[in-house]
Design a protein around this ligand. Structure first.
Ligand code: SF4
Length: 391
């Protein structure tokens, strides 16, 4: 019997509180955990029997026969925004912020932006979704415009996807209030503050929310889950995932993977590893985290990427930290896996502290890093590891 874990924290906020008990049989789509403060409902993505509920996970043995075409629908709600809340929709692009809270604003002179940048290398599931479900995305943008009272909607896609841009322009040809915006092919084009600057020509202060300047930004997969909640009464139980790197079939997109599926199951489904292989990264190459074969797919995990083995490095490493790239902790972990010693760390000079967190003042408009590199050298660094974007 296969045992899986469904994490209770798949969002920004505190872990949810399990509302099921060991021995209980549950169906796919049933509510199993509710927020404990800031958070979002969690539903079962498989049918099966609960083994245990602890502070972090619901553990269940899944039934041998699974029917992924059905699920327990969310109850009727008085409004679309309540449906989004009850369905447990959170930012599927990786941020995990509860979506109903983001949509609960009135931007009566503002713009709703569908974020289709998919700017992390190797990931391809957002582009596949947009190509294959144009009409669903347009309907989703209209729902979001209504919920936020935004008079304008923009679908932002990288201009390099020429064919997709043309298809999307055709799809919105009869929608006078929705347009398509072509983003540059740079990292981090999908950063909320960068996308607001590109689309609306408004520079947000570090820490300032898009809604403060009349914008709400949601990833295109989040919009797909919003449409499913409203039209199909479907809870957020499946996730689109790209599998790539050192696997037999690269850049394979799996659509609607049940949450809780092991990373290894997806790797097996693309023919297994190309040897030698290294760590499994969950998410994108820039902001992903280290995982294992048994890591479960979550609402925010869009990638299972298999890296090559870590090269070994005996020289002393200095870290150059960028808000949108690997964090200091992640780069230290990588350096340690390379067998190297980290002797210094410096932040990009555009990073400023806001409420105890360092934010980038101008994402994507990156300065030269000569000064920072000199500072690292002075502290004994012989080589530099950078998590920054375009320097
Ligand atoms: S300006 Fe610096 S912190 Fe901001 S995105 Fe560029 S490298 Fe990263």
């Amino acid at each position: 019997m296969t045992e899986i874990l469904i994490p209770l924290k798949q969002h920004v906020g505190a872990p949810c509180r399990g509302i099921v008990e060991s021995g209980q049989h549950i169906s796919r789509g049933e509510l199993i955990a509710v927020p404990n403060g800031l958070g979002a409902n969690v539903h079962a993505s498989f049918s099966g029997t609960i083994v245990e509920v602890d502070d972090q996970n619901v553990v269940m043995t899944i039934d041998q026969e699974q029917d992924f075409s059905t699920y327990v629908k969310i109850p009727e709600t008085e409004s679309d925004i309540q449906a989004v809340e009850v369905a447990g929709v959170v930012g599927a692009g990786g941020a995990g912020f509860p979506t109903f809270l983001k949509l609960a604003c009135e931007i009566t002179e503002g713009t709703f932006i569908a974020n289709g940048a998919e700017c992390e290398a190797l990931l391809a599931h957002n582009v596949k979704q947009m190509k294959e479900h144009l009409a669903q995305l347009v309907r989703g943008v209209k729902y979001c415009m209504t919920m936020t009272q935004a008079p304008k909607g923009v679908i932002a896609i990288k201009g390099k996807h020429r064919q997709l841009v043309l298809q999307m322009e055709k799809a919105v040809a009869n929608e006078p209030n929705i347009s398509v915006y072509q983003l540059p092919d740079i990292y981090p084009a999908g950063d909320e503050r960068m996308i607001v600057r590109e689309v609306l020509d408004i520079v947000l202060e570090p820490g300032q929310l898009p809604s403060e300047v009349g914008a709400v930004v949601d990833n295109v997969e989040t919009i797909k889950r919003i449409v499913e909640a409203i039209e199909d009464r479907k809870p957020f139980i499946d996730k689109d995932v790209t599998v790539s790197g050192r696997v037999k079939q690269k850049e394979t997109v799996f659509v609607d993977v049940p949450i809780g599926t092991f990373a290894k199951t997806l790797i097996n489904n693309v023919g297994g590893y190309v040897e030698p292989h290294g760590e499994i990264v969950l998410g994108g190459p820039m902001t992903g985290r280290s995982g294992t074969e048994m890591s479960p797919i979550t609402k925010t995990c869009g990638g299972v990427l298999v890296a090559m083995p870590f090269p070994q490095e005996s020289r002393k490493i200095g870290l150059l930290i960028c808000e949108c790239g690997g964090s200091a902790e992640r780069m230290t972990e990588i350096a340690n896996n390379m067998g190297a010693e980290v002797v210094a760390a410096e932040r990009c000079k555009r990073m400023v502290e806001v409420n105890g967190r360092y934010r980038c003042a101008l994402p994507g408009i990156c300065p030269g890093q000569a000064q920072t590199v000199m500072a690292l050298k002075k502290q004994g660094a012989e080589v530099v590891m950078t998590g920054s974007c375009s320097d």
